[in-house]
Design a protein around this ligand. Structure first.
Ligand SMILES: [Zn+2]
Length: 479
């Protein structure tokens, strides 16, 4: 991360046959949502009969249909000179009080909001069209000469490119050329520019967030902030961990590292940051706690664009410790299968049940009774069939399985040899008590990190086990 500019407003002029040169095509400033709504009610029509309104809407639709950006529109007038977070367009005699240049067809005014990661985002784009100029709507070569009508639709297409975040482009064929030309539709370059600006986050790998403990590193080859935000100069590395919550949840994330000067952030899926921490009390790590509402989030493991702390570095290995406490049991990600027919309808949930107040967590102290619970929502097509369950525990590199005697024993890797527990006719919802009133300290366990997996199968096909993507973590430590 790096320090960003404050709020600002800039004007983007499109000058008729001008020599003005702009040195870039995108800056990284964009709409966080990848979409916006224009308020369009432009009275009047061209001499060829098409209304200005329809020509403008046609330009909006072309961007929406051909690129990853979406323009919505509402057929209402909004004053483009008022900063109201609404995008307006109108013919005017000046640029909101400032005279038009003698060759200026139209001006797009963008206003920005500072973002914690990446360049400032666009929060409003208004377009004013010089009413002293002649317009018509037509394809083909622009009619030469200052008194000849310019193509209104082409002008609208160009201004809308500025409205969504594009700058002038002169190195390739583009509607964003600094001067009006015979290009009257979006080109490959325009479509690619929008993709570069808006698809950064899709192009970077995501890591599944596993509560408990994960080893990772920030280093060469990882995505950078400038890649995920589609521009800017922040070349710090970043790891993305999407996660979702179905109930209000307190989360706690800690990075421990010998070298990495870690920054932890929590954002929504659009990279709008809700929480951030960039320093622990000691060392190079980071620690971040947050009370989150149900929804989709990303945990971002980041560092600084430049080395700040002489004892730490902007790359290196780290361990991520994640814990939660929630009033509801945690969803365990995608449902997987060892066979050929993945069971889309089955769903797994799990966690440590905090017995007194029916809350769930993944961390507990060794002296407390440990109750690890899984809830299996059986696929409707499997209900009332004869089935069985298996429970696997992963402790470091050791794989153990729960047997019918309630003990975890070492197993081989073959599916057929896994002990089956609770053979029965399957109900819609099955609760599995993986451990019940187990006191780790009474067995000499003071500090352990276990990942449990639960699966079920049918006796009609014992080689197909349905299970879950994310483990049920139990971290036992004295804190
Ligand atoms: Zn322009």
């Amino acid at each position: 991360m790096k320090i960003n500019l404050p709020y600002s407003l800039n004007l983007v002029f499109w000058i008729f046959y001008s020599q003005v040169i702009f040195p870039y095509e995108i800056t990284g400033s964009k709409w966080m949502s990848g979409s916006t709504t224009f308020y369009v009610q432009i009275p009047g029509a061209s001499s060829s009969g098409l209304s200005w309104n329809d020509a403008f809407k046609s330009a909006l639709n072309e961007w929406t249909q051909k690129t990853v950006f979406d323009f919505e529109f509402v057929e209402e007038y909004r004053d483009p000179c008022i900063l109201d977070q609404l995008n307006g367009v109108a013919f005017t005699s000046d640029i909101c009080g400032v005279a038009y240049g003698k060759n200026t067809l139209a001006v797009t005014m963008r206003s920005y909001r500072r973002e914690i990661l990446g360049e400032p985002s666009i929060v409003e784009s208004d377009i004013v069209i010089n009413n002293a100029m002649n317009y018509d709507v037509y394809d083909g070569k622009p009619r030469a000469g200052r008194n000849q009508a310019a193509d209104f639709r082409r002008m609208a297409l160009h201004e809308l490119g500025h409205a969504l975040g594009l700058e002038h482009e002169e190195a390739a064929l583009s509607i964003m050329a600094p001067s009006i030309s015979e290009i009257n539709r979006l080109t490959t370059d325009d479509i690619n520019a929008v993709r570069a600006l808006y698809s950064g986050i899709d192009n970077c790998p995501k890591k599944a967030l596993v509560f408990g403990q994960m080893m990772a590193a920030l280093d060469k080859g990882d995505c950078t902030v400038s890649q995920i935000t589609g521009g800017g100069a922040d070349e710090s590395f970043i790891d993305l961990y999407p996660f979702s919550l179905s109930a209000p949840t307190t989360v706690n994330f800690t990075i421990e590292s010998q070298s990495l000067d870690a920054v932890l952030l929590i954002s929504n899926p659009l990279l709008e940051i809700n929480h951030l921490d960039y320093k622990t009390k000691s060392g190079c790590g980071s620690e971040l706690s947050a009370d989150l509402q149900p929804g989709n989030y990303m945990l971002l493991a980041n560092t600084f664009a430049q080395k700040i702390d002489p004892l730490c570095d902007v790359k290196g290995a780290y361990t991520l410790f994640s814990s939660f406490e929630s009033s509801t049991i945690m969803d365990l990600g995608k449902t997987l299968s060892t066979g050929t027919s993945p069971s889309k309808q089955a769903k797994f949930q799990g966690g440590i049940l905090i017995s007194e107040d029916f809350r769930f967590t993944n961390t507990q102290s060794p002296g407390e009774a440990l109750n690890v619970v899984a809830v299996v929502n059986v696929d409707p097509i499997h209900i009332n069939k004869e089935g069985f369950f298996i429970v696997i525990a992963e402790v470091g590199k050791q794989i153990l399985a729960l047997n019918s005697g309630g003990e975890f024993t070492q197993v081989s890797n073959t599916l057929a040899e896994l002990p089956k527990i609770r053979s029965k006719t399957l109900n819609a919802i099955e609760r599995i008590d993986i451990t019940k009133d187990f006191f780790p300290s009474s067995r000499g366990i003071e500090d352990i990190n276990v990942n449990f997996y639960v699966g079920y199968g049918l006796y009609s096909n014992v080689n197909e086990i349905y299970y879950h993507q994310l483990p049920i973590n139990a971290t036992i430590s004295k804190k």
